[in-house]
Design a protein around this ligand. Structure first.
Ligand code: PEP
Ligand code: MN
Length: 353
């Protein structure tokens, strides 16, 4: 993929590059007020949704073209760069007409290759930064596919936004971070900047600060954070928006560790990690061998592979034990569900032999 650095002078040279603004441009007054306050706090790139993809009909779906006029006004008055979400060819045409500086593709749109292709086709020959949010479902290939469609259309100032992945049962987060997915994206495309969206991951104000810190510790390039002059009265995503003042506080307290510090001191520790990982693999292989023996026994005795009582027992006992060793419940569930799934797969192989 041919990538170039995002070219918004003065706004993205240092880490983190910060994009902030309300979920939606609700009124001219709310848009300009929020922008003024963010500008006063040193924010350089303003965001506001003009077309809002809502889960259910009947909610506020954005003001459309008139709101682009307000963004133009924000740019003129404050000098901030302005950005918005596009989902169709028409959105792209209008955004370009009003001088929007950066576009992003929303999570629902990334999941739809036809829509992404339509956006890419409309952007042919236009040199503008485009950030692609991860698709709502945890599908790395779909995310990369969307980036490739834009890149094939000649868009080189590309970036990704990690906004978490939806799940059926809502837990702590509105959208599960599943950090390993953006980490793998970075491994696959090391030159692609990745921006974290703690607002849509968390869905709640109190988790914005720790998520920002986590993103910095994981070497993300930037942050996109929803900020509103009067968050409680926001017309969309009220529970996750913060005032420009709180945003500045969070940003000032961020610890941004540099990547070029010497790694010599941790080399020895890394070596230990490598060895431990090898032991983990060996132990897992041993567990699988035993599983296969059980599979053989089940085959000979005409028993079904999946014994759900045993499965429930394993998961709940392992999770409980693991928790006493200071590991998180989600992690433990994920790891034992995966181990169990692999055991079942291996037993199926035996059955079908
Ligand atoms: C947004 O950024 O306001 C938005 C709609 O985000 P997402 O596509 O991540 O849901
Ligand atoms: Mn939002």
């Amino acid at each position: 993929m041919e990538l170039k650095k995002i070219n918004l002078a003065g706004a993205c040279e240092s880490r983190p590059m910060v994009i902030a603004g309300p979920c939606s441009a609700e009124t001219e007054e709310q848009t300009i007020n929020t922008a003024r306050q963010l500008h006063a706090q040193g924010i350089k790139i303003f965001r506001a949704g003009v077309w809002k993809p809502r889960t259910k009909p009947g909610g506020f779906e954005g003001n459309g073209e008139p709101a682009l006029e307000w963004l133009k006004e924000v740019k003129k008055e404050t000098g901030m760069y302005v950005s918005t979400e596009v989902a169709t060819a028409k959105h792209v045409e209008l955004a370009l007409k009003y001088g929007i500086d950066l576009l992003w593709v929303g999570a629902r749109t990334t999941a739809d290759p036809f829509a992404v292709q339509e956006i890419a086709d409309t952007l042919k020959g236009v040199d503008i930064p485009v950030l692609v949010k991860n698709p709502v479902n945890p599908d790395l290939e779909l995310w990369i596919g969307a980036l490739e469609r834009l890149n094939n259309a000649g868009i080189t100032q590309l970036g990704a936004i990690h906004r978490g992945f939806s799940s059926y049962d809502k837990k702590l987060y509105r959208n599960l971070p599943q950090w390993h997915i953006p980490i793998e994206l970075h491994r696959r495309l090391p030159d692609l900047p990745i921006v974290c969206d703690p607002s849509h991951i968390s869905g709640r104000r109190d988790l914005i600060a720790p998520l920002c810190q986590q993103a910095m510790d994981l070497q993300f390039s930037g942050l996109i954070i929803e900020s509103h002059c009067d968050p409680d009265k926001a017309w969309s995503d009220a529970s996750q928006q913060i005032t420009p003042e709180v945003l500045a506080l969070i940003l000032n307290n961020l610890v941004v560790r540099t990547t070029n510090a010497s790694t010599e001191n941790i080399t020895a520790l890394r070596k230990q990690i490598d060895e431990i990982d090898m032991s983990v693999l060996e132990i897992l292989a041993k567990r699988m061998r035993i599983s296969r023996e059980i599979g053989q026994y089940k085959k000979e005795h005409d028993m079904p592979i999946l014994q759900s009582k045993r499965y429930d027992e394993i998961i709940s006992k392992r999770v409980a034990d693991g928790k006493t060793m200071s590991m998180g419940e989600d992690f433990l569930n994920t790891i034992f569900e995966a181990i169990h799934a692999e055991s079942v797969r291996q037993q199926m192989e035996i059955m079908n032999k």
